[in-house]
Design a protein around this ligand. Sequence first.
Ligand SMILES: [Zn+2]
Ligand SMILES: [Zn+2]
Length: 646
Amino acid sequence: MIKITLPDGSVKEFEKATTPMDVAKSISEGLARNVISAKFNETIVETTTPLETDGTLTLFTWKDKEGKTAFWHSTSHIVAQAIEELYPGVKLTIGPAIENGFYYDVDLPNGSISEKDFATIEKKALEIARGKHDYKMRAISKADALSFYKEQGNEYKVELIENLEDGTITFCDHDTFTDLCRGGHIPNTGIVKAIKILSVAGAYWRGNENNTQLTRIYGISFPKQKELTEYLALLEEAKKRDHRKLGKELELFTFSQKVGQGLPLWLPKGAALRERLENFLKKAQKKAGYEMVVTPHIGQKELYVTSGHYEKYGEDSFQPIHTPKEGEEFLLKPMNCPHHCEIYNTKPYSYKELPKRFAEFGTVYRYEQSGELHGLTRVRGFTQDDAHIFCTPDQLDAEFKNVIDLSLYVLGSLGFENFTAQVSVRDLDNPEKYIGSVENWEKAEQAIINAAKEKGLNFIVEPGEAAFYGPKLDFMVKDALGRQWQLGTIQVDYNLPERFDLSYKGSDNELHRPVMIHRAPFGSMERFIALLLEHTGGNFPLWLTPEQAIILPVSEKHEKYAEKVLKSLENNEIRALVDSRNETVGKKIREAEMAKIPFMLIVGENDEADNTISVRRHGGEDLGAISIATFTDLVNTEINSTLKTF
Ligand SMILES: [Zn+2]
Ligand SMILES: [Zn+2]
């Protein structure tokens, strides 16, 4: 008999060679129907793998990440079989599951695959899936595995097998198809009910551009057709909301090959929007006791040697800037923290003067591989809404709560309601990985957990995820499409105060080390605006949006009146403009809709006579003819309903 421990801690005895599926059946028939993958002692196994020793077993269904991985990887075998049948002579290479779906890289010596072939591949793959073929793993000797693929003339699989140890090699069979595979499959192909080929792209064998270029086929699959339909609708919507597309349409930012990849250029409307966001945070920060500082974009290499950043990132980042003077080297700043430590160091502090909170919208530069760059979410130069709080260990608790309050205020004012937090703490089994005293760590971790609890955050604690220099809390938000993004972070740091020899005089008249908190509620301006664009689809909250209203005179005759309306809106601090082009009102409305301007104010004969404006909301709601004062009230009420005071 063997003892199997389940995730709830219960231990059950089974005959030797029991399979995960047998264990599932012993729990309930319902579970057995839904189990598609399993993990035994940290190793992913088949649901049919005989369990020979005592151990811990986790069963996965489609709802689990591991279940999806097995599902999608298994589908890649089905699609590979379909391609082998449709494209004789194709050479298969690798087919892993990815975050959303799977891909298979293939070499097509006689032909190519394009979008028009997708439907045929899908049809064939579904036919195979419907055959309900079991996935069967079998061990094979290295010699046999090599001769199998040598016979096929598949040099890719041969290369993969040559790098494997004899005795560890397995094949997976289903139907008439065989693939070199480590395992991790669903029970049979019949569970896959919907398959979609999403795209094809070029990919070099083993990611090396000196190697053959292969065809990468991306796809996704689901246990229900309905789920595929929903996924495709979501993809469509995500495409419409892509921040790169919206940023261009709304004239917020651009990139120039001449300026350089990954270096965003903010256009006037985007720059103004950024400024509004910055001012919004500055105002709240001021109330929360922060002081603004300004530091340069470069710093001596020595500064980053002291901070440890050079040792950690120096090799893979922008290289030092040299001056005409021999041996003088500067780095583009990758972080603002070292500069802020030096600001702290300009004078001695007593504990009574702490905390000090230095804030800066600091632009930093980090080298990202060109293939990694993506719109505003992965760039080489970006501005952090950064601040560093220097406090005594006793103040940490209260400071952390204040930062959470500020972060929640920021997220609330921008319409994010769906967020969770992750608290990253030490790995207690490896204390040597961390610097700072055990006592301080315990205090800090407890402070973060207490603060998260007290603020009613929905949070999880992740042991082992803390940085070596301190624990942290990260905010994760879900956007309107349910996609998760990591945003602001709050980190406790014992390392930099040590490296920069920071101190304060305690009540005992001795010098002590302050604790440092790094925090950025937006994360970075670039990333935040990208997220905001995708979350709102470009329909920003009224307080933030570029133009709040556009005045549309029905004819040239009413232009003067339109200008008068504009003046009076401007006096009430409403951002508006007049569309005086010689176009029909219908066309102007359509374009204003495209530009996502919240209010269209149409002015004609009656409006001019009655001193009113005819208000149409973005999306089509007609608010009728109202006075400018009524409209101003309406705008202010709406703004105040989202933008609370901090
Ligand atoms: Zn496989
Ligand atoms: Zn920092």
